[in-house]
Every structure is written in structure tokens, then in C-alpha cells.
Design a protein around this ligand. Structure first.
Ligand SMILES: C[S@@+](CC[C@H](N)C(=O)[O-])C[C@H]1O[C@@H](n2cnc3c(N)ncnc32)[C@H](O)[C@@H]1O
Length: 284
């Protein structure tokens, strides 16, 4: 099916297009070697109803994997040399996709995004992370290593870890981000979500963009959901192309972008306001 353009933005503060479309149709529409970052957070095939019926998210396992492989194939096609691909999934699925990814791209990291409050199933260990696979098309075009502030105890305000002789350096420069992200919760409380269905925390997307993004590069998100990926990209002055199969997501994300543009305008207007001369302020 031809992807339907939902909304387009060409202004300072947001440049890109949202599509109401199936992910593969959408990816096929994008020209090859154009994307700086592709972020994939697909449905997990666990029977979730994203608004398009539970059966859509419960296909036979083989079909689901080959569908994901097609999504990956198209994503690799649109990546520019050095561009980055991120795939967020359960470890059991991620491991089935690494064969293809290792063939097509350069492995960078298996990032463990820690989660709490899960359940032990069968004869297994307690599952405590999601996998965020990070690959690049050859050597990375852009790479930055974000720094984190050392964590302090909420009660006594002292550092939770002992940094020994490195304490001053850490205070000055921060801690290098590792491949275990245990400081953000992938399962979020309803109060902090912009929609009822799954939504990744903004901090996770901002981190991805901070590592691999760059102003004016293209950020592509074929499963945009509530749009945190798009908003993180806009925040880093990246262009975006994103889609979702559910119209409600497109409506929500376009509202969020409009709001952001309005915010930019307001700030620009405030900074351009002439500062009154001192004597014009005097009463006498
Ligand atoms: C796991 S959620 C992504 C959540 C998103 N990363 C966020 O932070 O809000 C998967 C999204 O994919 C959408 N989706 C499901 N099947 C799709 C398809 N075939 N093509 C495009 N989008 C699809 C769902 O509507 C849902 O919003």
C-alpha cells in the first residue's frame, strides 16, 4: 500500500514528515543511503492491540521473524555509510536477528536496558533487561560517548558508589556511559506516558540521538508510537521521517510536534523582544 503522508514540517525547529503507513511500505519509499539513524522498536508479537487488532501482533513465529528480517533489510538499504541502526527487543528475539545484522552491518553494542517487576517463567533466570542492539554501516559516521552524573543517595546525598581516587575526575567530567543502562525504566507509569500503549522513555531516545545523531542528518522511525524518537531527533536538530500503522499515533505525534514548534516560536519571540532602555523604564 502507498504510505499516506500525514503531516509535513519545513520550518526551523522541525523538519520532516509523518506517514500513516505499514513500516515496510514506508521504508521502501525512502531513498537508499540517506538515513543517519534508524531506530526500530517493533511490536513484539505478543498479542498487543495497538489499535489495529490483537491478531496483527500475533503471527506465527517464523512469519514474524521473516517480517522483521525484511524490516532490517530495508533499514540497512536506507542507511548511509557510517549510519547507525538501533533495534529494541526482548533478548530471545534479538539473538535470532543478530545473524543477519552481523552479516550486513558492523556490531557495536548489545545494550542491556534494565527492567524491573518482571516474572520468572519456567526453568529460567529472572529476566531483567531488554536488548538494544546498536550496529553501524561500516565505521560510525557520528559517535559521541555521553557522560552521566554520579548517582547520589536521596537521603544522605553522598555518592552511592565509591570512586576512590577518581572521585574528583568523575565530579568534573562525569561517568562514561556503559552498555548497561540501569538508570531509566523501559516500563513506564501511565502518568508519565503520552499514550496508553507502550512508549519508551524520552531519555532512552535522547541517549541514542546523543550517541549517533547529528544536526541535519535524517532520523528514521518506522514504529514511532507516541513519538519520543521523533521528538528527540527534533531536539537535536535532525530531520525526521517516521510512520505508524495506527492513525491515533500520527495524530498524537503531530500534535506534539506542533506544540514544540509553538514553543520554539515563543522562545524566539521572547529573545527578539527589544530590551527597554533604562530611561524608558523610569517613572519620573
Ligand atoms: C512497541 S511500539 C513502539 C513504541 C514507540 N517506540 C514509542 O516510544 O512510543 C510499536 C508501534 O508499532 C506500530 N505498528 C505495529 N505494526 C506496525 C506496522 N506493520 N507498521 C508500522 N507500525 C506498526 C504500533 O502501532 C506501535 O505504535
Amino acid at each position: 500500500m502507498t504510505p499516506k503522508t500525514y503531516s509535513t514540517y519545513h520550518q526551523r525547529g522541525a523538519e520532516g514528515t509523518l506517514y500513516l503507513a505499514d513500516a515496510i511500505d514506508f521504508l521502501k519509499k525512502i531513498r537508499k543511503s540517506t538515513a543517519g539513524v534508524v531506530f526500530l522498536d517493533p511490536p513484539f508479537n505478543i498479542g498487543k492491540d495497538y489499535g489495529n487488532g490483537k491478531t496483527e501482533d500475533r503471527r506465527p513465529h517464523k512469519h514474524y521473524i521473516s517480517w522483521l528480517e525484511e524490516v532490517i533489510g530495508e533499514s540497512v538499504r536506507i542507511l548511509k555509510p557510517g549510519g547507525a541502526l538501533y533495534l529494541y527487543h526482548l533478548p530471545s528475539f534479538a539473538t535470532q536477528l543478530t545473524g543477519l545484522l552481523n552479516e550486513l552491518l558492523q556490531f557495536r553494542h548489545w545494550i542491556a536496558v534494565c527492567m524491573k517487576n518482571t516474572f520468572v517463567r519456567g526453568r529460567r533466570l529472572y529476566p531483567a533487561h531488554y536488548a538494544l542492539l546498536y550496529y553501524t554501516k561500516g565505521d560510525p559516521l557520528h559517535f559521541s560517548r555521553p557522560k552521566l552524573s554520579p548517582v547520589k543517595c536521596r537521603r544522605c546525598n553522598s555518592y552511592i558508589k565509591d570512586y576512590g581516587g577518581y572521585r574528583r575526575i568523575i565530579e568534573e567530567k562525569g561517568i562514561n556511559l556503559s552498555d548497561v543502562w540501569d538508570d531509566l525504566s523501559p516500563v513506564r507509569h501511565n502518568k508519565r506516558k503520552s499514550r496508553p500503549a507502550n512508549e519508551l522513555p524520552m531519555e532512552l531516545l535522547e541517549r541514542v540521538v546523543a550517541i549517533s545523531g547529528c544536526a541535519n542528518e535524517l532520523f528514521v522511525d518506522p514504529f514511532m508510537g507516541g513519538g519520543n524518537g521523533v521528538l528527540a531527533a527534533v531536539g537535536a536538530d535532525m530531520r525526521f521521517a517516521a510512520c505508524d500503522i495506527v492513525e491515533e499515533c500520527c495524530r498524537l505525534v503531530s500534535e506534539r510536534i506542533e506544540h514544540l514548534i509553538e514553543e520554539h516560536r515563543r522562545q524566539a519571540w521572547q529573545t527578539q523582544m527589544p530590551i527597554p532602555k533604562e530611561d524608558s523604564l523610569s517613572i519620573s
